[in-house]
Structure formats: structure tokens, C-alpha cells
Design a protein around this ligand. Sequence first.
Ligand code: FAD
Length: 399
Amino acid sequence: MAGVVIVGAGQAAASAAAKLRSSGYSEPITLIGDEPQPPYQRPPLSKAYLLGQMPLERLWLRPHEFWAEQQVELRLGTRVEAIDRAAKQVRLADGATVGYQHLVLATGAAPRHLPAAIGGALKGVHVVRNLADVDGMAPDMRPGARLVVIGGGYIGLEAAAVARKLGLEVTLVEAAPRILGRVACAETADEIRALHAAHGVDILEGIGIAKITGDDRVTGVDLADGRHLPAELVIVGIGVTAEAALAKAAGLDVDGGIVVDEFCRTSDPAIWAAGDCAVFPFEGGRMRLESVGNAIDMGELVAANIAGEPRAYVPKPWFWSDQYDAKLQIAGLLTGHDRVVTRRAGGFSAWYFRGTTLIAVDALNDARAYMVGKRLIEAQKSPDAAAIADPAIDLKAFL
Ligand code: FAD
């Protein structure tokens, strides 16, 4: 019987395969991905790569020869269509089957699209999830073109920043009362809004869109309040959904993603899940994260568990976002915070507390705040909130 089959060839898949080999696993490993490229990093797709400042070669997670050297078989440009759990095999789009002893689902997440009925499928309307999306949008990113970004999350904001740098006229529309509503406090959102305003991006908050206009190609966006924004292109950044259809069709537990236990095992003991597609136990409930750090850690943990070094998953969330020349770094999870303390000492930082417990930090152009905050959260140490706000106090004193 074949060893490990990994569905998806992204961040979590690459981490799982590399960790299996470094843990001494010697059975066959097969990565099956529906994109034509070997595993690559996605974050630059809305940053340096979109800007044209990072060549394709720097996106690869590993040099091409790594996979052959490690005896990891890559089957690319091939979608897995079904899992036969009884026979322990997956069926590919071309009808071929591949047997497994352990199956790892690392299928990631798919971007939400706006319905075709309101113009979501017009030419010039783009999402930013994979290389094909970004390569397809590049010809539209011309200086002077008018861009409407729909959605004020990190990807929409990063795309807006790149577009401004490339000389486009940019309006960003957010239906919720403010940008970054799901992922950052109002104080951090205020900083990011001001950054974009200083670069000439028009941010409209609390306004939905009625439709994207155009016959074949986008001509603009009708807002819910009756305004019309002319546009040559639209970028839709309204979030993602976990790629869990394969798991669901196979009868695995799915609840907003593929449900796993603390060892990242699904409801079938021979099947594991890691990365954006996986929902794991957290603080008595369930959690799904969309970040490189989470994909790496879960992928490696699944590999360790398969290789016989059982470990439970304890997330150590971290994230970053580059916009213009500003760097936002985030440690921890803000879920359930009841207080935010801000600090201005060179850069800006927002410290999230639940009661007296520090649970997350956003640091904008403040590497020290990020480093200290991350170390405190991981050590479960909480500084005095009032002292944090005092820029005269050196943060290292809290460690
Ligand atoms: P992915 O990397 O998405 O890989 C999943 C792969 O599986 C995909 O190639 C998919 O096509 C394939 N697949 C799905 N179903 C099948 C199937 N049935 N058969 C075969 N193949 C299949 N995170 C950060 O921490 N910091 C950032 O700054 C940041 N910026 C980002 C910017 C962009 C534009 C995007 C899109 C993401 C960003 N992220 C960032 C998120 C991060 O890239 C993801 O969390 C990470 O890639 C998740 O890894 P994954 O392996 O779970 O999924």
C-alpha cells in the first residue's frame, strides 16, 4: 500500500512532506495539486509579486530539485475528485486512482466571488488567491486606470496599496462599518485608513455595492446609496471559504472547514487535515486560521504524528501585512478581547487584553513591540496595561 498522499500542493502540503522526510519517514509521499506550479508562497501575490518586484523564482517554497532529492512525487495540474475511504484511495480528474495508508487534506481555501447576476463574472473583475489570478490581472494594472477594490480586509488593502504604487486611481469600498472589522481593533484600522488616505486611496466604509456594471467588461460599480464609481477594473477581496467539499462528499465531519481533533486527525483515523481548510479545537470551541504560520505548523504536526512522534496542536498565531512601506505584524488572536491599549513609541502598537491577560498585539512599524508582545503571549505573561501605554518605559522590561 502507498504511504502518504497529500491533497493540495500549497504551504501546508509542502511543510508536511518536508517534515515527514526530516522525521525519517521512508514510505512513498505523493503531493497532488490542481495548480500547475510546484508549492509556492501566496503572501507576495498581493504584495511584491503583484508590484512586479519579486520574480517568479522567488515564490517557490523549495528549489525544484528538492522534491526529487527527497523522493516526493509531485502530481501537478491534477485535481482530486473523490476519496474512497473503504478502498483507501483517491480518484483524480483523469480517472486514475492513488492508494494511501495516510491521506492528508491540505486543500486550502477558495475566494468568495460576487454572483454573476450582479456582475461578478465580468472581464476585469478579479480575485487574488493564486498565481493564475495575479498573472491574469497584471495587464489591467496600468497607470491611470481606475480600480475599485471591494472589501477592506488585508488582501483588499494590500492590493489597493500596490495599485497606488503602480499609479492607478483607487477607491476601496467596505460594506461593514469599518475596514478590518473582523481582524483588527478600531485603533489599528484608524492607522491603516490614515496610511491609505495619505497615499490617495479613497476608502468608503459602511456602503454596500448594488452591482458591478458593464456588458462584457466592467465599466464601474453601482453603490447601494445610488452613487456610481467608474472603473476599468475591480478587485474582489471579500474573504474565503475552506475547501472542504471533497471531505464532505467522503462523509467526514465538516463544520465551516474540515473538522480535526487536537492531533489534526479528521473523523477518519487514516485522514488528516492541515492549513486553511482545517477547523481545530480551541478554547472549548473550534477555530480555523488563514495564515502561513498556521499552515506550516499544522502541516509539520500532521507529519510528526504520522511519523510516530504524537503531538497535540497548540496554535501560536502570527501574521503580517505589508502596505506601502509600512509593516504590520500581529501576534496572538484577538478573539474575546475586552480592552485595547495603544502605544506610540516610534511606531504604533495595539495591545489586546481579556481581563488582565494579554492575548494579541498589532505592531505597525514597531518590530520591538511585535517581538516583545509575541514572547509575552507565548510565555503567558501579561504586562500591566497602563505601563504598556507609557512610551518612556522600555518594553523589554516586561520580559
Ligand atoms: P494553500 O496554500 O491555498 O494550498 C492549497 C492548494 O490545494 C491550492 O493550490 C489548491 O488549488 C489545491 N487544491 C484544493 N483542492 C484540491 C483538490 N481537490 N485537488 C488538488 N488540489 C487541490 N498569510 C500570512 O500569514 N501572511 C500574509 O501576509 C498573507 N498574505 C496572503 C496574501 C494572499 C494574496 C493570499 C491568497 C493569502 C495570504 N496569506 C497570508 C494566507 C496564506 O497564504 C494561507 O493561509 C496559506 O497559503 C494556506 O496554506 P494551505 O496549504 O492551507 O493552502
